[in-house]
Design a protein around this ligand. Structure first.
Ligand code: GDP
Length: 454
C-alpha cells in the first residue's frame, strides 16, 4: 500500500486526523518489533483510496526545549518511505514559527506535500487558511479532522499522488485472485428457459443425443428442475468441455392450464437463474418474441446473469430474416439494460445452430467473468472523459475521479467523484456503454455504482 505520513507541530490535530482516517478498524501496529514507538501506523480508507497512514505524534511529550531539532530528525526519518506527506497546521492558531521551520525543510524534500489547514470548521479558521498560503505549498486543504469535514477535498488532493500506487496495488491483488476466481475450463452452468412448448426438453435431448428427458404432450410431472452433467465436444478443436444443463419445466405436465403455465415459466426461470452462470432463453419461431419472453429476459439480466436468446424451430420458420430482424429490434427496444444480447437461431429438431449456441455460452461466460486491471480501466476512463466531459449543472462541474472494477460475475464497477448525485442518467449510460464496447463486456449485464463523499 502507498504510505502517507502526517507531519506537523504538536496539537495541530495529527492524531485526530489519523483516527479519522483509520476509523473503527484501529489496526495499530506500533508495538510491532522494529517499529519505533515514535510512530503509529494504520490502514486508512478515504472514499475509494486505501493507504497506510503514519502518525508522527508519539515523540512530542518529551522535553520541549529540543523540540525543533528532534522534529526535524523524526520527520526526515519518516519521510524516507513516504509517498505523500500531509503537513498539518492549525487554522485557528494561524502560522507559528515552528510551522515555518517545518515548512522550510519540507520544501527541500522530494516527497510531495499536501498542506492541510485543520480545525477549519465554521469560519473560525479562515484567517489561518489565508495565512497558510505563505508557506509555499499552494492552497491549503481546509478540513476539520474532528468533525470529518473536508475529507472529499483531502481525497482530491491525495488522489493525483496515490493514483498510480493504488492502481499498482489493485492490479497486484487482482492478479493474485484471478486464477482462483475464474477457471475458463470449469464446468459451465447453463440453464435453458422459455415459455411452455418453446422446445426446451427437445433441445436438451438433442444436445445429449439421447432421450434422457421425456418430451411432448404426455410428459411426466415434476416440479423440480433437472440438472444433467454432459460433455460438449467442440466440433472445431475437438476439445471436450464440461457443461451442467439445468432444465426447469421440461417435464412438467403439459395438460395444465396454459395460463398457469405462463406464470410458472417465470418462476422456473427465477429458479434456474439461481443455478446458472449463463441462461439461454428459448423462443418459438412460430410465435416470435412475446411479452412473457421479455419479462424472463429482463429477470435474467436484473439478476446479473449472462443471457443468450435462441429462436428455436428455425426449421419451420416463415420469413426467417424478417423474423430475426424483428426479434432483434424488439430486443433492443425492450431490453434497454443490455444492448446487443446475443441472438441465435437454432433447431432442436435438426440440430442446427446448437454448437454455435454452446460456444456462445462459453464465450459470454468469459466476458461475464473478466476483470480489467485498474490502470487499463482508468486509461479508458480518462479518454472517455476527454472525449465527452461530464456536464456542469448550475455551472459547477461534476468531478469524476477514478473508476475501479470491484467484482466479476457479473462485472461491477465503482466510480468515485464528487457531486455524483447530479450525474445525468444519459452520462451514466455513456460510461456503461463505453465499458461494454471498449473493454470487452459486450452484451454482459454491468453494474456501475457511484460513490460520492458525504
Ligand atoms: P418445452 O415445453 O419447452 O420443453 O417444449 P418441448 O421440448 O416439449 O417441445 C414442444 C413441441 O415443440 C414438441 O411438439 C416438439 O416436438 C416441438 N419442437 C421442439 N423443438 C422443435 C424444433 O426445433 N423444430 C420443430 N419443428 N419443432 C420443435
Amino acid at each position: 500500500l502507498p504510505q502517507v505520513i502526517i507531519i506537523g507541530r504538536p496539537n495541530v490535530g495529527k492524531s485526530t486526523l489519523f483516527n479519522r482516517l483509520v476509523g473503527k478498524k484501529l489496526a495499530l501496529v506500533d508495538d510491532q518489533p522494529g517499529v519505533t514507538r515514535d510512530r503509529r501506523f494504520g490502514e486508512a480508507h478515504l472514499l475509494g483510496l486505501d493507504f497506510t497512514i503514519v502518525d508522527t505524534a508519539g515523540w512530542e511529550d518529551e522535553d520541549a526545549a529540543s523540540l525543533p531539532g528532534r522534529m526535524r530528525q523524526q520527520t526526515e526519518a519518516s519521510l524516507k518511505g513516504a509517498d505523500v506527506a500531509l503537513f498539518v497546521i492549525d487554522a485557528r492558531a494561524g502560522i507559528t514559527p515552528l510551522d515555518e521551520e517545518i515548512a522550510r525543510y519540507l520544501r527541500t524534500s522530494t516527497v510531495p506535500i499536501v498542506l492541510l489547514a485543520n480545525k477549519a470548521e465554521g469560519r473560525s479558521g479562515d484567517p489561518g487558511i489565508y495565512e497558510a498560503f505563505s508557506l509555499g505549498f499552494g492552497e491549503p486543504v481546509a478540513l476539520s479532522a474532528e468533525h470529518g469535514q473536508g475529507m472529499a477535498d483531502l481525497f482530491e488532493a491525495l488522489l493525483p499522488h496515490l493514483d498510480d500506487k493504488q492502481a499498482e496495488h489493485e492490479a497486484e491483488v487482482e492478479a493474485s485472485q484471478e486464477e482462483e476466481d475464474y477457471d475458463p475450463q470449469a464446468i459451465l452452468k447453463l440453464a435453458i428457459v422459455g415459455r411452455p412448448n418453446a422446445g426446451k426438453s427437445t433441445l436438451i435431448n438433442a444436445l445429449l443425443r439421447e432421450d434422457r428427458l421425456l418430451t411432448g404432450p404426455e410428459a411426466g410431472i415434476t416440479r423440480d428442475s433437472i440438472a444433467v452433467d454432459w460433455t460438449w465436444t467442440d466440433p472445431k478443436t475437438k476439445a471436450e468441455r464440461p457443461v451442467r444443463l439445468i432444465d426447469t419445466a421440461g417435464m412438467r405436465k403439459k395438460a395444465q392450464v396454459v395460463d398457469k403455465l405462463e406464470k410458472l415459466s417465470v418462476a422456473d426461470a427465477r429458479h434456474a437463474i439461481d443455478f446458472a452462470e449463463v441462461v439461454v432463453l428459448l423462443l418459438d419461431a412460430t410465435r416470435g418474441l412475446e411479452h412473457q419472453d421479455l419479462k424472463i429476459a429482463s429477470l435474467v439480466l436484473e439478476e446479473g446473469r449472462a443471457l443468450i436468446i435462441a429462436i428455436n424451430k428455425w426449421d419451420v420458420a416463415e420469413d426467417a430474416s424478417g423474423l430475426f430482424n424483428g426479434v432483434r429490434a424488439a430486443l433492443d427496444e425492450g431490453l434497454a439494460q443490455v444492448r446487443g444480447v446475443p441472438l441465435l437461431s437454432v433447431s432442436a429438431r435438426t440440430g442446427k445452430g446448437l454448437d454455435t449456441m454452446i460456444q456462445a455460452a462459453f464465450d459470454i461466460r468469459d466476458a461475464w467473468s473478466k476483470r480489467v486491471p485498474t490502470a487499463a480501466l482508468n486509461r479508458w476512463f480518462d479518454d472517455a472523459l476527454a472525449a465527452n466531459p461530464p456536464p456542469a449543472p448550475g455551472g459547477r462541474r461534476i468531478k469524476l475521479r477514478y473508476i475501479t472494477q470491484a467484482k466479476t460475475r457479473p462485472p461491477g464497477f465503482v466510480l468515485f467523484g464528487t457531486r455524483l448525485d447530479m450525474l445525468p442518467e444519459s452520462y451514466r449510460r455513456y460510461l456503461v456503454n463505453g465499458i461494454r464496447r471498449e473493454l470487452g463486456f459486450e452484451a454482459v449485464p454491468i453494474r456501475l455504482t457511484l460513490r460520492s463523499p458525504k
